[in-house]
Design a protein around this ligand. Structure first.
Ligand code: GBH
Length: 479
């Protein structure tokens, strides 16, 4: 058969970076080791009913003690980059002031191990583990916290900057603000939408201050990571060109302003979306947005990190109350079951990724793009020493095809990091949800490469995908 008859092999651009990601609180454990201070997740985890089955990050994957073995796994998988986060309370137990050299030492060793294995470290400075002392002083609802993040970032940069080139400021400010401070399903578990809007602004400010400081200190590459999800109607899930009624179009725009443009526009354009300002004012006032803040927030970024899992599907729904996590969304219906879902209940829509990448290319030309998270939880089972996670392989395969399509359409996508390297502490879901390409047996801390890890290694080796799409019955409907 000819090549054409067999279908094309999808080869990614030369230099495309293949990697994996984790976050400190989700994998490290060792919460009392070597002078680490408490974070908001330690405190939140002790709250009755906050986390499924009462799980906490106390031990997690014990990565703090097993990092060498874990870098060995990355090496076996031929990963080119590893994105991890630094635990702020390890480095500064009280969030400000005294620096804990032993805490920094851990990241020092981790970075050296990675470099020795030929793996490029990508450092996330803030992935949700705020020092509790700063929460007690007002947390992200307080402006001061933004300045504290930049101070801490400088300390980390001073220690690792000679070996780490890529610096990622804050992970998913929408989640921190609206899930942590708005609906309280994440730490610190506060329930004030006024505080959520303030937190969102202060996280943006922290990004800007940190980007500014690290750039001045010589950091080569600076990135911001957002949880971006295309907002669409159910009709657009399978037909992007579907015509929208004016009411549906308004619903889509309103949710897009809250979820995506609230962060994209200040960071990349130096302004809040006009339609969002009255909503912020009504809920939180505008006093927390000071003159000059938007100039600080709009720092040049080398990379925009996109964490993509599932789209946000809405339509006009007269009489619907506002969604708890999205203030001001009265008369909008948030739709659930429009596609097969992962174990998180999140619908699987790979074209959501290509649509988001193409939109960013259109709206923010010149910003390099990196998928900083993409992956899925499924109900894995170990049989005969193997995890046959065909569902995850199909999910990753389909999303990589979508990424490839976006590149063909002109997106400047530089790389892809799978979430996650290891099964880990999935926040409010505890250990009940497994996102890893490597299985972790929490009783023994034994690691086992899932089929998806071996499949991913093959993708990395050929810098692309097989002719044959990985198939799975549940994915047919959205293929
Ligand atoms: C990321 O957050 C985090 O960065 C990471 O730490 C975490 O482990 C990982 O993803 C997996 O959860 O409207 O119900 O269909 C993910 C943020 C925000 C993704 C809400 C999905 C909507 C799901 N998410 N979202 S739904």
């Amino acid at each position: 058969t000819t090549m054409a008859a067999r279908g094309k092999t999808l080869v990614f651009p030369e230099g495309f970076v293949w990697g994996a990601a984790t976050a400190a609180y989700q994998v490290e454990g060792a919460v009392d080791a070597d002078g680490r201070g408490p974070s908001i997740w330690d405190v939140f985890g002790r709250r009755q009913g906050a986390i499924l089955q009462g799980h906490t990050g106390e031990i997690a994957c014990d990565h703090y003690n097993r990092y060498a073995e874990d870098v060995g796994l990355m090496d076996r998988l031929d990963l080119m980059a590893y994105r991890f986060s630094v635990s702020w309370p390890r480095v500064m137990p009280a969030g400000a002031g005294a620096v804990n050299a032993a805490g920094l030492g851990f990241y020092d060793r981790l970075v050296d191990r990675l470099l020795a294995a030929g793996i490029t470290p990508y450092v996330t400075l803030y992935h949700w583990d705020l020092p509790q002392a700063l929460e007690d002083a007002g947390g992200w609802a307080s402006r001061d916290t933004a300045y504290r993040l930049a101070d801490y970032a400088r300390v980390v940069y001073e220690r690792l900057g000679d070996r780490v080139g890529t610096w990622m400021t804050v992970n998913e400010p929408w989640v921190s603000a609206f899930i942590g401070y708005g609906i309280g399903a994440h730490a610190p578990g506060r329930t004030s939408m006024a505080d959520a809007f303030r937190a969102a602004h202060h996280l943006l400010l922290a990004h800007g201050l940190t980007a500014q400081a690290l750039r001045a200190d010589g950091a080569a590459t600076i990135a911001l990571m957002l949880n971006l999800a295309p907002v669409m109607t159910p009709g657009q899930v399978n037909d992007p060109a579907a015509e929208l009624s004016p009411e549906d179009a308004e619903a889509v725009e309103r949710v897009d302003a809250l979820l995506n443009r609230q962060f994209l526009d200040p960071a990349l354009r130096g302004e809040y979306p006009a339609r969002l300002l009255p909503m912020i004012e009504r809920t939180a006032g505008l006093g927390h947005i000071r003159d000059g803040d938007l100039t600080t927030i709009k720092q040049p970024v080398d990379l925009l990190g996109i964490n993509y899992y599932t789209p946000c599907v809405v339509r006009y729904g007269p009489g619907e109350p506002a969604n708890a996590a999205y203030p001001g969304t009265e008369d909008i219906e948030f739709c659930g079951a429009y596609a097969p879902t992962t174990a998180m209940g999140w619908p699987i829509v790979p074209t959501g990724l290509s649509r988001m990448l193409e939109r960013l290319t259109r709206d923010h030309p010149g910003v390099g793009l990196l998928v900083t998270e993409n992956g899925a939880a499924f109900d894995d089972v170990v049989t005969e020493g193997r995890v046959r996670d065909a569902d995850r392989v199909a999910y990753l395969d389909a999303h990589l095809r979508a990424a490839y399509d976006a590149i063909q359409a002109g997106a400047d996508l530089r790389g892809y990091l799978v979430w996650s390297l290891l099964d880990n502490f999935e926040w409010a879901e505890g250990y009940t949800k497994r996102f890893g390409i490597v299985h972790v047996d929490y009783a023994t801390q034994r690691r086992l490469l899932k089929d998806s890890a071996l499949w991913y290694r093959d993708v990395i080796r050929r810098n692309g995908l097989h002719n044959e799409r990985a198939r799975r019955p549940t994915l047919e409907a959205v293929a």
